[in-house]
Every structure is written in C-alpha cells, then in structure tokens.
Design a protein around this ligand. Structure first.
Ligand code: GDP
Ligand code: MG
Length: 166
C-alpha cells in the first residue's frame, strides 16, 4: 500500500512535531520555508507493508491579495489530489478564525479528512469532549482522533487510520 497525505492546520498546532513523530527525525525532510510550489514532497515514511508520502500544502489562511487567493486555491487542489487529509487542531483557539477558515476550505473536498486533536496531554477531558462534539457536528470528518505529538500518545493509532485509507 502507498499513498499521499497532507497535514493542514494553523501555525503552532503541532504539524512539524507530528510529522517528526510519525516519520522519525532522521528521515523527515523538513522545511519551514514558505512554500510557493504545490505538491512538494515533505517526507516519506516507508514501512515493510506500506509507504506514506507526505505532501506539503501551502498555508490555508484568509487571503489578503491575489497571490494569497491563488495559494489557497492551489492548496485546495492538493487536498483533492491526496488520499488522506489530516486537519490538525489544538486547544488554544477554540475554533477561532484560523481554524474556521480552514474548516470552510475543507467543506468542498472529496478526500477523506481525519480530524486530529493534538496536545491531549494538556486538554482536560471535558474540554476535549466539547471540541469533539463541536467538530463532529460539521459532518465533514471521516475520523476524529485525539493525540499528543509531543508525548507520543495515539500516534500508531493515527497511522493505522491513515493506512486504512491508502
Ligand atoms: P506547527 O507550527 O504546526 O508546525 O507547530 P510545531 O510542531 O512547531 O509546534 C508548536 C508548539 O507546540 C511547539 O512548542 C511544540 O513543542 C508544541 N506541541 C506540539 N505538539 C504538542 C503536544 O502534543 N502537546 C503539547 N503540550 N505541546 C505540543
Ligand atoms: Mg511547522
């Protein structure tokens, strides 16, 4: 099995940390430079029975100009071309503007989307429940999973969910 995955989420939700956790620091090809090209391979995770190719998607945020609009459109094109999209959120913004905009951008996407609630190591259970229900109501997620990229909680479970869609 092999397929393409992209991770979207506003800054500081833990995208880089998760990528490192899944792929391993040594073989992750990481770049924090702003992306101007589409479908850039960010890292490749190869196991005996499967391979996951992570594609970088330029940031999805409210465009301020024509270039920004172009970037969002090309990001959406990438989202439609991959096998699985991971939408990463954390406890800080409470479905704030950044999360809302990405959520709206995800609504027309045909690719299965996994909502990944990161930083569960510091989210109280009742707050987690609230987030879960709020996002579940949108009806756009194939799966919802709570993880901690930092403390290595549910990472293999997430990988298994990804693999199921490849
Ligand atoms: P990115 O901007 O989405 O790539 O986010 P980063 O991976 O750079 O992470 C932003 C901050 O969140 C860093 O200080 C990370 O250490 C922290 N962080 C990432 N994942 C977790 C987590 O699971 N739990 C906690 N408590 N902090 C995390
Ligand atoms: Mg990052």
């Amino acid at each position: 099995k092999s397929g393409f995955v992209t991770i979207v989420g506003r800054p500081n939700v833990g995208k880089s940390t998760l990528m490192n956790r899944m792929v391993g620091e040594k073989i992750a090809i990481m770049s924090d430079k702003p992306q101007t090209t589409r479908n850039k391979i960010q890292s490749i995770y190869t196991q005996e029975n499967y391979q996951i190719i992570f594609l970088d998607t330029p940031g999805i945020h409210k465009p301020k100009n024509k270039l920004g609009e172009y970037m969002v459109r090309s990001a959406q094109q990438t989202l439609n071309e991959v096998d699985v999209v991971l939408f990463l959120i954390d406890d800080t913004a409470n479905m704030g503007g950044g999360d809302q905009f990405i959520l709206e951008s995800l609504k027309g996407i045909k690719t299965p989307i996994i909502l990944v609630i990161n930083k569960i190591d510091k989210i109280p259970p009742d707050a987690y429940e609230k987030m879960y229900h709020l996002y579940n109501e949108t009806g756009i997620f194939e799966e919802i999973i709570g993880i901690s990229a930092l403390e290595d909680i549910n990472i293999q479970k997430l990988l298994n969910k990804i693999i199921a869609f490849l």
